[in-house]
Design a protein around this ligand. Sequence first.
Ligand SMILES: [Zn+2]
Length: 216
Amino acid sequence: MSKTANPKNDLQVVEGDAPDKPSREEAEAAVRTLIQWAGDDPAREGLLDTPARVVRSYEEFFNGYEACPNTILERTFEETDGYDEIVLLRGIRFESHCEHHMAPIIGRAHVAYLPRRRVVGISKLARLVEIFAKRLQIQEKMTAQIANTIEDVLEPRGVAVVIEAAHHCMTTRGIHKPGAVMTTSRMLGAFRNDASTRREFLAMVGSPASDGTVFG
Ligand SMILES: [Zn+2]
């Protein structure tokens, strides 16, 4: 999509990549509606720039829709001197939003795989978590998406993903249970079929939230 296709209005062209995507002005108007719904006056001084700020925040919260998760893992390294043990990136902090309330999900992901000949740059695992986190999510789906992408692209001997997270839709509203941490996991290949591999992974990860982390 060319940015010069409509020189009169660059903004709309840049945002026109998704055909159904509303304009920035429409998104800001929606925020003004929500401010009114909350009972305040979007025209008062303190709230004048709020719709623009919220829309910019959304660009950050949800920038995972624009990235391709498979591409992230495509560059691999085969010079591993035969390394074929577990590769684990532990404690990847993420911020997501639940698709039911659009409330924050704050947590950590532990991502492991058993390489088959090739490995991926370790930061790519964190980037993969980030891409799926920056979308509207449920934790179960996000856990599966991370594991399935690694399985599909790297074709390793096994994949294990554990996610621990606090859901603000249940800590700050609804049932109000701060401190409750939800744990989900997806085990594929050797992590699913071989009890000793799974045990080794779980020992490396440690017991959930055992380090006293308070999820924000
Ligand atoms: Zn929710």
